[in-house]
Design a protein around this ligand. Structure first.
Ligand code: ATP
Ligand code: MG
Length: 366
C-alpha cells in the first residue's frame, strides 16, 4: 500500500498503486473532502490491468459518474485539475508520496515520505565532500518541508560545526545508553534534527569492537524507536572503513557516494564498492543508489573528462555534478548551509537539483 495525500484536506489515503496503470494521468477523488486531483504513475511502475479494489481511497477515476476520465489530456482546463499532478512511483518502497508544491497559506503541508528513507553519504576517501553533501542535502530536504535527522558518525564532528551548533551531547551518548535519542538530538533548523559526532565516538568504536554478538546492529538498535518520526535519516560517515561505518551500512538502505572529480577517483570508488558488496552478502537491503560527482570545475578539461568516464562506468547511479564553488569552504565558518550563505550560487543550485532527484520531485525548491 502507498500513501497518497489529498492536496486539499491533507487526508492520507492508503492506495494499492499496483492497480493503477503506469505513465497515465489519472484523476483521483478524495473520499474525505470530495476534492479531485490528478496523479501520474511513474513509468517504472508495472502496468496492471486488474480492476481497482473497492476499498482503496482515493478512488481512481473511471468512466463511472463518481469520477472523470482515467486519462486527461494536457488541454484539460478544469480548475481542480489544472494543478501539477502528483508523481507516484512504486519503484521502491522507500519512495514517498508527497503533497504537491502548489499549495498556499493554510494549505501548505509538510512533506511526507511513505517510509523513512535511510541514506548514508559515504566514501572511504577523505575530503570528497561527504560532510558538505550530508549537511546541504539534509538542510535542503528540511527546507522543502521534510522532517530530517542528520547523524554524524565522524569523530571530526564537522556536521555540527557546519550548522553553527555546539551540542552538549550526540551520537556517543545515544550509543552508550547515557541518553535517550530525544535527549541526544538537537533541533538544528526547522525540520532538521542533528545527532552530532565528535571525538568521543572513538570510545564508542572500542565498545562496539568489544561486543561479542550483534556488533554491526548497535546503531540500528539505538535508532529503532525514533527513526520512524523522520522522513529522511541522512548519515555522514568518516573517511576509512571502521566498525561504525559497518554499523551505518547495516542500518541504511541507500548509499550516496560523493566522488571528487580530481585525479584518479576510480580506485577509491572501486574499493568502496567492493566493501559495500561484502556487506551486501549479509544485508540485502543496502544498495548503492547515487554517485554524486563533486568539485566539478567546468573551466578545466580534466574534471569533465573524469565525469564523462564515470558516466560511462556508472551510468545507472550517476547524478548531475556539484560544481566547484568557493562558498562551500566559507559557509561553515559562519555556521551556515549553502542555502543560507549563498542561496543563488551555482553550488546551491546543484544541491537543489540533487535534492529533487533524491526526493523524486521535480517541483521542490524551485
Ligand atoms: N563543491 C565544492 N566546491 C568547493 N569546495 C568544496 C566543495 N565541496 C566541498 N568543499 C570543501 O572541501 C573541503 C572538504 O569537504 P568535506 O569536509 O565536505 O569533505 P569530506 O569528504 O567530508 O571530508 P572528510 O573525509 O575529511 O570527512 C571542505 O573545506 C569543503 O568546504
Ligand atoms: Mg567529513
Amino acid at each position: 500500500m502507498t500513501v497518497i495525500v489529498c492536496p486539499k484536506c491533507a487526508k492520507q489515503h492508503q492506495v494499492n498503486i499496483a492497480n493503477i496503470p503506469a505513465g497515465k494521468r489519472i484523476v483521483a477523488r478524495c473520499k474525505s473532502c470530495d476534492h479531485r486531483f490528478p496523479i501520474v504513475m511513474n513509468l517504472l511502475t508495472q502496468p496492471a490491468t486488474a480492476p481497482l479494489s473497492d476499498s482503496i481511497e482515493p478512488q481512481i477515476a473511471t468512466e463511472s459518474p463518481a469520477f472523470t476520465s482515467a486519462v486527461t489530456s494536457s488541454s484539460d482546463t478544469s480548475s481542480d485539475l489544472s494543478q501539477k499532478p502528483l508523481i507516484v512511483s512504486d519503484s521502491s518502497q522507500q519512495q514517498g508520496i508527497v503533497a504537491p508544491n502548489n499549495l498556499k497559506g493554510d494549505e501548505l503541508l509538510g512533506k511526507k515520505t511513505a517510509f523513512t528513507r535511510r541514506i548514508s553519504v559515504s566514501l572511504s576517501k577523505g575530503g570528497v565532500g561527504k560532510t558538505t553533501t550530508s549537511v546541504n542535502l539534509s538542510a535542503g530536504l528540511a527546507l522543502a518541508g521534510f522532517k530530517v535527522l542528520l547523524i554524524d558518525t565522524d569523530t571530526q564532528g564537522q556536521s555540527a560545526y557546519n550548522l553553527g551548533k555546539k551540542p552538549n551531547a550526540g551520537l556517543t551518548e545515544l550509543l552508550t545508553g547515557e541518553l535517550s535519542a530525544k535527549e541526544a538530538t538537537i533541533e538544528a533548523r526547522k525540520n532538521l534534527w542533528l545527532l552530532s559526532g565528535g571525538r568521543s565516538l572513538a570510545g564508542v568504536k572500542r565498545i562496539i569492537d568489544k561486543k561479542t554478538i550483534g556488533q554491526e546492529w548497535t546503531l540500528s538498535e539505538a535508532l529503532t524507536e525514533v527513526d520512524q518520526q523522520y522522513d529522511y535519516v541522512i548519515i555522514d560517515t568518516s573517511p576509512g572503513w571502521d566498525s561504525l561505518t559497518i554499523n551505518v551500512m547495516f542500518y541504511v538502505t541507500e548509499v550516496l557516494v560523493p566522488v571528487a572529480l580530481e585525479a584518479m577517483p576510480y580506485q577509491g570508488l572501486t574499493e568502496f564498492i567492493k566493501s559495500l558488496s561484502s556487506i551486501h552478502k549479509y544485508r540485502k537491503d543496502v544498495a548503492l543508489k547515487y554517485i554524486v560527482p563533486t568539485f566539478m570545475d567546468t573551466r578545466v578539461k580534466h574534471p569533465q573528462e573524469i565525469f564523462k568516464k564515470l558516466k560511462q562506468l556508472y551510468s545507472e547511479y550517476i547524478c548531475k555534478p556539484i560544481r566547484y564553488n568557493e562558498h562551500f569552504s566559507e559557509a561553515p565558518s559562519y555556521g551556515k548551509t549553502i542555502f543560507e550563505y549563498a542561496p543563488g550560487c551555482n553550488g546551491a543550485l546543484d544541491y537543489k537539483e540533487l535534492i529533487r532527484k533524491v526526493a523524486q520531485d521535480e517541483t521542490l525548491l524551485l
